[in-house]
Design a protein around this ligand. Structure first.
Ligand code: 475
Length: 833
């Protein structure tokens, strides 16, 4: 039943509408009000944390008013909405973003100062919302910012994990994982205890025939878990549009306990039921580019997908339109295969609950969904045992079998002479045990499939999804190159650079149309401008140096070249290549006379990133980096010439400090393995140059900024397969400089050699799958080119300015507009005052 105020009383509501604070004075009033009433504190016990809480609540009040208006407008207009389904949203902090997007950071800064606080300290109180692993989750967060900033009617749907990605501590050079309990105080979510959905698991399916001879499937029994909605407002930049991110939290159905059991004295089992239900949304799986096939993970997926679809369908039904119009009103994007069950769930709703015919239902389903692939790594491709699916979701497995049957029938008709193709493309892999191939299900159930950079989108068409291109034709497959939001990754992270740019390109419009950066290019020839540009970079390096000193105790020279690699630790991303290169540099320095050394350029090699807790080799890499650091950083012969830093607990808010402070960053994956990469874009946008392989978006960055502004090295994707083949079947000689590095490690220079023997064996004995040796020489040579280029500071700064000027393409706004046009067919809806 709709609880709505009757018409005659609405006048009173209108008269009493709040408008939220405007200006510094009203802001201060709101802060004091929240401190004294909401928080029940006073001028005598208001610490920074309380000031953070009150400031956030003041901004939250602002956001929720815009949010209400946005939702009302979107409902009233009944226009097509986009739903972005992602198991990960790596949001980071919200306060700074809210202040900047609403456009009242200056008021807040002045107001807080009058109340006795520094705004940076207040911003620093906030705990990161770290509901993601890495690139995929951060991309989802950038997309939400762009969707709101471009006024698209869009909702994100995810899980409200009680624990986000673990916090990383480094103890004796090793990674230690600490739980990330972040919900202690979270002013950015609105619990909607009235928005709940019952989610069914297990049980049986009974089939019968109705009076018209139609088959009826009934899913009965099993258990019910309740999904509760928590809403997070997503403010657009310089627009009142405020979208919604809805996160589902699990709890036992029927409230806290099963009262029947409770009354019968079965306290323990009633509490156990409750805890089992809450386990579903308890923790984010900490694997990046890896699927481990755990039952709880599949439960998370269905729980989230079923709650979201129920919500979406409920909203559609309010408009009383015929089902045939569903995909005119609804576009659902699947962020990788994690939400693929949504395809099956919508088919189930239409078939079993709404009573539609299979083929009509299936047309609706396939015209609704789009699927984005983020990786070609075989270990990341999702597969679920048929037995597990049968047990957990018996009706869904039947529907999957039917989808597969109809699909294979069309394939058989189209390729009557090719028996093997049916085996290759079947959604069910006929292995022991049988597996459901989620990517194939996602392709069959969607109208568009996209990769995330040009090379990657080409690769999926020629490798893992080749047969599907034959079956559906090439038009079903497309590319949407990733992007990043310039609001967070330039304006918020690097305010001084953002202001300098604004002063030259005609104000802040470039934050909404990043191609306007091209107006900067002519200033590359302006010596005074270059000086200002350099001073900002230097100040950002000083800030990072302070952070390094405070967290590691190591003093680094801000005049040195800062060489940064921050991202999840993974063999394919090749942090091992980087640290072997650092050792090579160290050995070279050690072999020099003091006179020769004086001519060398000082460097700081900075690493950061988490290893999945179960990824042993990645943890070895972290250990080697720290071990090298502890030797090199304390070597008096080396001094400032080389420092090796591992920044613990790399996350979004650390990235906001690190990204603006790099001179050079490393994007050095084995060619063909990194789907896109997005930190490459962030670094260049902040005036850092990059060294990288011809992989992912590096290729398009090169095309945009020009070959002379990037340091490319290494083998090409097209040659990787052959090289791997020769490693395994030919004689495989290791690069001689790399061999010297290995021998030094084996001498014990960096601690117990045994600790690192597996990393060396991976190259020497186990086929060097990631081509570390093949690329080593080219990598070292290219670093020499970097040193030479850095010596000529004026030229280096020119490259930096020109690169930034040419980065307009990599805004997530461009990216979202491409999705909207090519895949979703949706249009912006401006929310006027
Ligand atoms: C790519 N995560 C980047 C980025 O498109 C790309 C997979 C399985 C289970 C859990 N997490 C994952 C990813 O696959 C992932 O983060 N992929 C990344 O997506 C955005 O820029 O190259 O590695």
């Amino acid at each position: 039943v709709e609880a709505s105020i009757p018409e005659p009383q609405r006048e009173a509501w209108k008269k009493n509408q709040t408008s939220g604070f405007r200006g510094k004075t009203e802001f201060e009033k709101e802060v004091v009000r929240h401190v004294e009433t909401t928080l029940a504190r006073s001028v005598f016990n208001c610490d920074e944390n309380a000031a953070y809480a009150a400031t956030s609540l003041a901004f939250r009040d602002r956001l929720i008013l815009d949010w209400n208006r946005t939702q009302q407008r979107q409902t009233y207009r009944d226009s097509k909405r986009v739903y972005y389904l992602s198991l990960e949203f790596l949001m980071g902090r919200a306060l700074d973003n809210a202040m900047l997007n609403v456009g009242q950071k200056d008021d807040a800064k002045a107001g807080l100062a009058e109340l006795g606080f520094r705004i940076e300290d207040i911003i620093g109180q906030e705990h990161d919302a770290a509901l993601g692993n890495g690139g995929l989750g951060r991309l989802a967060a950038c997309f939400l910012d762009s969707l709101a900033s471009l006024d698209f009617p869009a909702w994100g749907y995810g899980l409200r994990y009680r624990y986000g990605i673990f916090k990383q501590e480094i103890i004796d050079g090793y990674q230690v994982e600490v739980p990330d309990y972040w919900l202690d105080f979270n002013p950015w979510e609105f619990p909607r205890h009235d928005v709940t959905v019952d989610i069914q698991f297990f049980g049986n399916v009974s089939k019968s025939v109705d009076s018209n001879g139609k088959a009826i499937a009934k899913w009965e029994g099993g258990e019910i878990v309740q999904a509760v909605a928590f809403d997070v407002p997503i403010p657009g930049y310089a627009t009142p549009t405020t979208n919604n991110l809805r996160l589902w939290s699990s709890k036992a159905s029927g409230g806290e306990f099963d009262f029947q059991k409770f009354n019968n004295g079965e306290y323990e089992s009633s509490v156990a039921d409750q805890q089992r239900a809450e386990t579903i949304s308890a923790v984010l799986y900490p694997n990046d580019n890896l699927e481990r096939g755990k039952e709880l993970r599949l439960k998370q997926q269905y729980f989230w997908v079923a709650a979201s679809l129920y919500d979406i369908v409920r909203r559609f039904k309010k408009s009383h339109r015929p089902w045939i119009e569903f995909s005119d009103q609804v576009a659902i994007q699947l962020n990788d295969t994690h939400p693929t069950l949504a395809i099956v769930e919508l088919q189930r709703i239409l078939l079993d609950i709404e009573g539609l015919e299979w083929s009509l239902a299936w047309d609706i389903v396939t015209s609704t969904f789009g699927y984005t692939n983020h990786t070609v790594l075989p270990e990341a491709l999702e597969k679920w045992p048929v037995g597990l699916m049968q047990h957990l979701l018996p009706r869904h497995l039947q529907i999957i079998y039917d989808i597969n049957l109809f699909f294979l029938q069309t394939v058989e008709k189209a390729f009557p002479n090719d028996r093997d193709i049916l085996r290759r493309v079947s959604i069910i892999e006929e292995s022991q045990p049988k597996m459901v191939r989620m990517a194939f299900l996602a392709i069959v159930g969607s109208h568009k499939v996209n990769g995330v950079a040009e090379l990657h989108s080409d690769l999926i068409k020629t490798t893992i999804f080749k047969d599907f291109v034959e079956i559906y034709g090439p038009d079903k497959f497309t590319n949407v190159t990733n992007g990043i939001t310039p609001r967070r990754w330039l304006h918020q992270a690097n305010p001084r650079l953002s202001e300098l740019i604004a002063s030259k390109v005609g104000g802040h419009d470039f934050l909404k149309d990043l191609t306007l950066l091209n107006r900067l290019e002519r200033y590359a020839e302006d010596k005074d401008f270059r000086k200002e540009w350099y001073e900002i970079k230097y100040a950002n390096k000083v800030r990072l140096a302070k952070h390094i000193k405070a967290t590691t105790g190591v003093t680094v020279n801000p005049a040195a070249l800062f060489d940064v690699q921050v991202k999840r630790i993974h063999e394919y991303k090749r942090q091992q290549l980087n640290i072997f290169g650092v050792i090579h540099r160290y050995l070279t320095l050690k072999g020099m006379t003091p006179e020769e050394r004086k001519k060398m350029l000082p460097r700081v090699s900075i690493f950061g990133g988490k290893a999945a807790p179960g990824y042993w080799m990645a943890k070895q890499i972290i250990h080697l980096i720290n071990s090298v650091g502890s030797i090199v950083n304390n070597d008096p012969e080396i001094g400032d010439l080389l420092k090796v830093i591992f920044i613990a607990d790399y996350n979004v808010s650390k990235a906001e400090i690190i990204t603006p402070a790099s001179d050079l960053s490393e994007h050095i994956s084995t060619a063909g393995t990194e789907a896109s990469g997005t930190s490459n874009m962030k670094f260049v946008l902040n005036g850092g140059l990059i060294i990288g392989t011809c992989d992912g978006a590096n290729i398009e960055i090169t095309r945009e900024i020009g070959e002379s502004n990037i340091f490319l090295f290494g083998n090409l994707a097209e040659d990787v397969e052959d090289l791997r083949h020769t490693h395994n079947y030919g004689d495989h000689a290791i690069d001689s400089d790399l061999e010297k590095v290995f021998l030094e490690i084996e001498k014990g220079t960096f601690g117990t050699p045994n600790d690192f023997s597996a990393m060396i064996a991976a190259v020497r004995q186990h086929g060097d799958y990631y081509l570390v040796s093949d690329d080593f020489h080219s990598y070292i040579e290219t670093h020499h080119l970097v040193d030479e280029a850095y010596r000529n500071q004026e030229e280096w700064i020119k490259k930096s300015i020109i690169s930034v000027a040419r980065m307009g393409f990599f805004s997530s706004d461009r990216c979202i507009n491409e999705y909207a046009e090519q895949i979703w067919n949706v249009e912006p809806l401006v929310v006027h005052d």
